[in-house]
Design a protein around this ligand. Structure first.
Ligand SMILES: Cc1cc2nc3c(=O)[nH]c(=O)nc-3n(C[C@H](O)[C@H](O)[C@H](O)COP(=O)(O)OP(=O)(O)OC[C@H]3O[C@@H](n4cnc5c(N)ncnc54)[C@H](O)[C@@H]3O)c2cc1C
Length: 326
């Protein structure tokens, strides 16, 4: 049963939408966007042509319509009832560029793949970006999640971020405004990041190449990178590794429906066939419950869960068996 109605929402926005240059897709299937290849429909997806187009769209959008921003969906679990309201997905044409912006400075659009920054940095003897080589997301997602790996993270390289708020106003946020901590930014939730400036340092190309090769080799050895996955499911709790807690709780390889905790890296959840959003979230909450029972530690989701449940297919935090506000 369809729980969102994109055509109705689109019609309610009025004739101003005909002036937009970007693509509007009612009832857009999110399983084509997410790495999990699971989840329901986005009620109305908008892919703005450029920043001016994004602002023009936001000015047409009534304040009460919910708005969700997505990048390339590598850290996203979409529930089966879909995402009510508008989903913004920046277009590669308008927001995918990466360029040098001064000595050891790189500017990138928010849908630019992290890997492209790593490659541009290497080609120009700029160190500090090799970690992006192994992260399959976009720069917008990296800014929001403080994406990091192999000793580096977004917070340590970011100078400033360009963003547009819900009302269509442009903001420039300095690194200090982003409120960064481990895999988290406390920047206001409603902001749509459109691009960012990064600072690296002079480094020999051969050293950068070697670091990038090491990143790739490590990942291919220990992570199920060729599977339908969302990367690390849970954050590492202070002083612990999430995967060790999951392993000790007996959840390595645990399978529910078409969803499984990877046997290769048990903090990675994978869609082994035709998992639904429900299967994936039910598995995740089961793991949280079992880890809590075993260790007393409450794992926190790193993967972002968005959208609404199908009626009768709701998943409770910790399966409703542990008192929580999470
Ligand atoms: C195989 C694999 C390995 C991974 N390894 C790592 C790793 O080593 N380190 C790591 O940190 N992550 C890792 N990830 C997770 C993921 O790649 C990162 O979190 C990435 O930064 C998410 O970017 P995305 O474009 O896919 O964002 P999405 O998954 O689409 O969205 C993630 C969040 O970012 C927000 N967002 C995205 N774009 C914007 C924007 N323009 N403006 C505002 N908000 C935005 C979304 O609203 C959502 O809250 C891995 C994932 C996979 C599948």
């Amino acid at each position: 049963m369809k729980q969102v109605d994109g055509e109705k929402l689109l019609a309610s926005l009025g004739p101003g939408v005909n002036e937009l240059k970007g693509r509007l897709t009612p009832d857009a299937p999110m399983d084509r966007v997410t790495w999990f290849q699971a989840g329901g429909l986005a009620e109305l997806m908008f892919q703005p042509h450029d920043t001016a187009d994004l602002i023009a769209f936001l000015k047409l959008l009534p304040e009460e319509v919910p708005l969700t921003v997505v990048g390339v969906g590598s850290n996203l679990l979409v529930r089966d009832g879909g995402i009510p309201g508008v989903v913004i997905r920046l277009s590669a044409k308008g927001f995918g560029q990466v360029e040098l912006a001064g000595e050891n400075l790189i500017r990138a659009g928010a849908i630019c793949p992290d890997k492209h920054i790593a490659a541009m940095a290497m080609d120009n003897n700029i160190g500090g970006f090799h970690f992006y080589y192994g992260i399959p997301g976009s720069i917008g997602g990296a800014i929001r999640m403080n994406a990091g790996a192999n000793g580096g993270d977004t917070a340590s390289r970011l100078v400033e971020v360009e963003a547009v708020d819900r009302k269509g106003n442009i903001h420039v946020l300095a690194n200090a405004d982003m409120g960064y901590s481990y895999r988290h930014s406390s920047a206001p939730e409603g902001l749509i990041f459109t691009g960012a400036l990064f600072q690296g340092f002079a480094e020999d190309r051969a050293k950068i190449r070697a670091d990038m090769d090491a990143v790739r080799h490590h990942r291919e050895t220990v992570q199920p990178v060729k599977e339908k996955t969302g990367g690390s499911t849970f954050k590492n709790p202070e002083g612990h590794s999430a995967w060790e807690l999951i392993d000790e709780a007996g959840c390595r390889g645990l399978m529910i429906g078409g969803a499984q905790m990877s046997s290769l890296h048990c903090n990675f959840m994978i869609n082994v066939g035709h998992a639904s959003g429900y299967d994936l979230e039910y598995l995740g909450e089961t793991v949280r419950q079992q880890v809590f029972e075993h260790s007393g530690i409450k794992l926190e989701w790193e993967i972002k869960r968005v959208g609404i449940f199908m009626p009768g297919r709701e998943v409770k935090p910790f399966m409703g068996q542990v008192a929580t506000t999470a």
